[in-house]
Write a protein that binds this ligand. Structure first.
Ligand SMILES: [Zn+2]
Length: 243
């Protein structure tokens, strides 16, 4: 069973309209910088630099690389994109995610076409936000990788197989138990993916428990992911990796 029921959405539901409106305002209004509040630019040069100048590195999961530490202004940029519909940030955030993908794969990045698999969002969260931020970032990352000459596409293969308890307050072992079997691969979504290297992608990695569960689900479906990439990480390994 999915974690939340999915009732038919009436055409007047505010989510699609809210999404369209947010996108329209995003284009029309000279918003302040989402990272630091600097006026009349959605992403000021200093905050863009914070997103582009760091060298991606491994997280607590050595096979998962992040583009930057989870600290302001990167943290603010991720929150603005995810929670406040600052959709134009998907480009620069996706570019950072693409660099993390290449870092995680190293020399294997060009060995086979890439398949970026976003961590699934709960359906209720997608409805409330009016968009799926992780799927959007995966698409933007795939575009940036194609611009760099790599064959990459994004595909939302994963979904929740059952509800999970809130992870807050759980230690790493408890998170693993809470999450085991929580994700599954959509059977129909696997068609036409033979020969592609799956890479898990997400906006943020904390303990890595969710990415580990996603890797298990992909492996059980015969699509072993050898790497994962995120825009940001709360903890890095080894410490001081990012420069
Ligand atoms: Zn800024």
């Amino acid at each position: 069973m999915p974690p939340t029921p999915s009732p038919a959405r009436p055409p007047s539901a505010r989510t699609p309209f809210g999404h369209a409106l947010a996108g329209l305002l995003d284009v029309l209004l000279p918003a302040d910088c989402a990272g630091c509040g600097a006026e009349r630019t959605q992403l000021c040069p200093a905050c863009r630099h914070a997103l582009t100048a760091t060298r991606p590195g491994p997280t607590l999961l050595p096979w998962a690389h992040a583009a930057a530490p989870y600290a302001d202004p990167v943290r603010q940029l991720l929150l603005a994109h995810k929670e406040r519909g600052a959709l134009r940030l998907a480009g620069p955030l996706g570019e950072a995610l693409g660099r993390a993908v290449r870092s995680a794969l190293g020399a294997r990045a060009g060995a086979a076409p890439l398949l970026l698999v976003p961590m699934p969002s709960a359906r209720a969260a997608v409805r409330a936000r009016g968009h799926d931020p992780t799927l959007r970032l995966a698409g933007a990352a795939a575009r940036s990788l194609r611009r760099a000459g790599l064959d990459a596409r994004a595909a939302p293969l994963l979904r929740h197989a059952r509800p999970v308890a809130d992870q807050a307050g759980l230690n790493a072992a408890e998170r693993r138990r809470n999450l085991h079997g929580a994700l599954t691969v959509l059977p129909r979504a696997r068609r036409g993916l033979a020969g592609r290297q799956p890479v898990l992608v997400d906006d943020l990695v904390t303990t890595g428990a969710s990415l580990a569960e996603a890797a298990r689900a992909l492996a059980d479906a015969g699509l072993p992911a050898r790497a994962a990439a995120t825009v940001a990480a709360t903890a890095v390994h080894p410490p001081g990796q990012y420069t």
